[in-house]
Design a protein around this ligand. Structure first.
Ligand code: PHE
Length: 344
């Protein structure tokens, strides 16, 4: 037994391990259930009483040394492993770079424009700061029409005959198109417009419109109805129906408001359509002969129709957003909901 103990002492002295695994194997070999030191401990029971003290001390010392040695080997192996490993965890994902997304108003404006482009309409743009002539006068607004008054219009300069103002509709672009383009004309005019209104869930002082104008020989109200019906079905789905209610605009005669069948309750009545089954989407009408004349077009030869809609309104109906202000506040929680909108 003495030799066996000495042999293990010697072996412990020379013991090496190049990994945690090898250190663990050494522990099992010496101190495991069937380990060499464990076996000696068993054997110790049979040692003659006069030798017990000496062997007992030696065995205890052996066990202590073995434990210490193996612990040391484990630590060394761990340190060596840490040195080869890079300090940073290269498998960690990189810093996220959040991608922006299209604004819902841009998505819908683009959709409206694309639909009319398919029907053969060009896109026309014009200035946001306009003069009274292009926003009102050429559009047959009588001199004292309430839309010209301070509460509706933001004036940039006043005090002369043709004051500058922020356009209240993109019909001004239609006037500019009539002035400069050859007939026939078929354009849509997307753009930002401004009205001096209190901000609420249903109104804002800045919003976006897409207006349209078609002028040619023999353009009739039937053409207008067909164009609007096709647009409504492209925009809100093939089942959509439209209805027109008589209305008034200075620049069209006759004029109408267009409703589409509610795409949420399909005409049964819900709180979006306020129980009516219909949603108002735009104004339209046949271009008033006075408007054609003002831009040098002969109303005896040509006729045309015009329409205009609010982009935010269409977007609200499309996505059932009940407060217009969401579109202007740039709250990321709102905007990110449209990050996956696949439409153009
Ligand atoms: N310009 C009108 C508005 O801003 C909309 C409209 C356009 C109505 C063309 C009829 C014809 O409310």
């Amino acid at each position: 037994m003495k030799e066996a103990i000495d042999k293990i002492f010697k072996e412990l002295g020379e013991l090496k391990a190049s990994s945690q695994k090898e250190a663990e194997e050494a522990r099992v070999r010496f101190l495991g259930k069937k380990g060499e030191i464990t076996a000696l401990m068993e054997e110790f029971r049979t040692v003659a009483p006069e030798l017990k003290r000496e062997y007992g001390q030696k065995l205890n010392e052996l066990k202590k040394q073995a434990l210490a040695k193996i612990e040391e080997l484990k630590e060394q192996a761990q340190e060596a492993a840490a040195e080869v490993m890079p300090k940073e965890d290269l498998s960690m994902p990189g810093d996220p770079q959040p991608l922006g997304s299209r604004h819902p108003v841009s998505i819908v404006r683009q959709q409206i424009v694309e639909i009319f482009r398919k029907f053969g309409y060009d896109v026309a743009e014009g200035p946001e700061i306009e003069d009274d002539y292009h926003v009102f006068e050429a559009l047959n607004f009588p001199p004292n029409h309430p839309a010209r008054e301070m509460q509706d219009t933001f004036f940039v300069s006043t005090g002369h005959l043709n004051p500058l103002l922020l356009r209240t509709h993109t019909s001004s672009v239609q006037v500019r198109t009539m002035e400069t383009q050859q007939l026939p004309i078929r354009v849509v005019c997307p753009g930002r417009v401004f009205r001096n209104e209190a901000i609420s869930a249903r109104a804002h002082c800045i919003f976006h419109q897409v207006e349209g104008l078609y002028i040619d020989k023999d353009v009739t109200f039937a053409d207008l109805k067909q164009a609007i019906l096709l647009f409504a079905r492209e925009m809100f789905g093939p089942e959509t129906e439209i209805r027109m209610r008589p209305s008034y605009f200075p620049f069209t005669e006759p004029s109408a408001e267009v409703d589409v069948s509610c795409n949420i309750c399909h005409g049964k009545g819900c709180n979006i359509c306020k129980g009516t089954g219909w949603l108002e989407i735009m104004g339209c009408g046949m271009v008033d002969p006075n408007v054609l004349k003002a831009s040098g077009i002969d109303p005896a030869q040509y006729s045309g129709f015009a329409f205009g809609m609010g982009v935010e309104r269409i977007a609200m109906l499309k996505w059932q957003v009940n407060d217009l202000r969401h579109y202007f506040e740039n709250d990321m929680r709102f905007l990110s909901e449209f990050a996956t909108a696949t439409e153009v």
